[in-house]
Design a protein. Structure first.
Length: 136
């Protein structure tokens, strides 16, 4: 059963998974926590911090590292390099979502499909179809 009924707890978990240590992204994270929340059988709001972390990870991870992973002959971090962590976060969220009513657009299967679009990013550009980077 999903235990994230407290927005501040969900925010802290999402930020921890994203490596965000200040409040500069709180508004954006909170907006997605609210948009993606589910309801249990009693109508209680349940926040989904792991889904939110998976949603922002490629965009913010690439920005914070400027996508550079090698100096000479520069090799750039590709959105697909985040796939294992995103898959783990979404799987963890699926487990926590049991019994929740969740808007179709925010179900883990729908997000997983969008995040793993199979797009190529060899040029080092953020792929707009990957992890909602074009949505934000």
């Amino acid at each position: 059963m999903n235990m994230f009924t407290d927005l501040n707890t969900a925010l802290a978990i999402a930020k921890s998974n994203l490596g965000v240590t200040d409040t500069s992204k709180d508004t954006e994270i909170t907006a997605i926590l609210n948009a993606s929340a589910g309801k249990d059988s009693t109508g209680t709001t349940k926040y989904r911090p792991y889904l939110v972390a998976a949603y922002f990870l490629p965009l913010w991870g690439a920005v914070s590292r400027s996508q550079l992973i090698e100096g000479d002959g520069a090799k750039w971090l590709k959105p697909t390099d985040f796939a294992p962590l995103i898959t783990s976060l979404l799987t963890l969220q699926e487990s926590a979502d049991c019994g929740l009513k969740i808007d179709e657009c925010w179900q883990t299967n729908a997000l997983r499909q969008r995040l793993q679009c199979g797009c190529e990013a060899e040029t080092g550009n953020i792929v707009t179809g990957f992890l909602g980077a074009g949505v934000i």
